[in-house]
Design a binder for this molecule. Structure first.
Ligand SMILES: *Cc1c(COP(=O)(O)O)cnc(C)c1O
Length: 235
């Protein structure tokens, strides 16, 4: 476990260093970017090693996995993010555990979450997930659905909409990723102008292990990094 802890701490320091370098190159403050460690590939003990090394923003793509890791870690310092699809029947159990639901991928889900949040007396923070690349394999709202949804944002007053989340195309490398991230940022800028006064779209969650530097250059405020944190860790 000490070796494992050391390796995780080294990986974390390296990723944080890359984030800081990318921020400075883009004329941004490193502190303006949140590292979300995606723990979906690893057991709870490795997630715990990350927390011990100082990373307390953790993300899971499956609600059940988030529930079980949150219970195993039982650490109030950890802020859990859901980054994958949330089924309606899992909303109630998930909401009390999460700091941010990044994966609102339909109007129906937003509406269901709003109803459940009202009953639970919560006001969860969420991001709207956008299918920027238009790939059929990708989840998320089509870009054109965002404007009508945000114009009616007062219908969802039990949810705090904080920004957008997106993933780059699987193919096309760094150039395609840059185009996709720039598109998400421009969409955010346009939508911010028409949002009701109490909705802010300040968060842009984009960039993963393979493309987070490009995402930071294009304005990401949250990068979601999994595999780069677990290099050399036997899984
Ligand atoms: C798995 C996952 C990540 C992390 O991917 P890596 O390439 O391992 O960094 C980021 N975002 C989402 C939505 C994911 O499902």
């Amino acid at each position: 476990m000490t070796d494992l802890g050391g390796r995780i701490a080294e990986n974390l320091a390296r990723v944080r260093g890359r984030i800081a370098d990318a921020a400075r190159k883009s004329g941004r403050e490193p502190g303006a970017i949140t590292l979300l460690a995606v723990t979906k590939y690893v057991p709870a003990e490795i997630a715990a090693a990350l927390v011990k090394a100082g990373c307390t923003e953790l993300g899971e793509s499956r609600p059940q996995e988030l529930w079980s890791k949150a219970a195993e870690l039982a650490d109030p310092a950890v802020r859990w993010h859901l980054i994958g699809h949330l089924q309606r029947n899992k909303i109630r159990r998930t909401l009390p555990l999460v700091h941010l639901v990044q994966s609102i991928d339909s109007r129906r889900l937003l509406s269901a979450l709003n109803d459940d949040a009202a009953e639970l007396g919560l006001r969860p923070a969420v991001l709207l997930e956008v299918n920027i690349s238009g790939e059929i394999t990708k989840t998320g709202l089509p870009p054109g659905e965002l404007k009508p949804l945000l114009e009616k944002a007062e219908k969802f007053s039990h949810v705090k909409i904080c920004g957008l989340m997106g993933m780059a195309s699987l193919t096309g490398g760094a150039a395609a990723a840059r185009r996709d991230f720039a598109q998400l940022r421009r969409l955010r800028d346009r939508l911010a102008a028409i949002c009701p006064a109490d909705v802010s779209l300040s968060e842009l969650s984009m960039g993963m292990s393979g493309d987070f530097e490009v995402a930071i250059d294009e304005g990401a405020t949250i990068v979601r990094v999994g595999s780069a944190l677990f290099e050399g860790v036997p899984l």
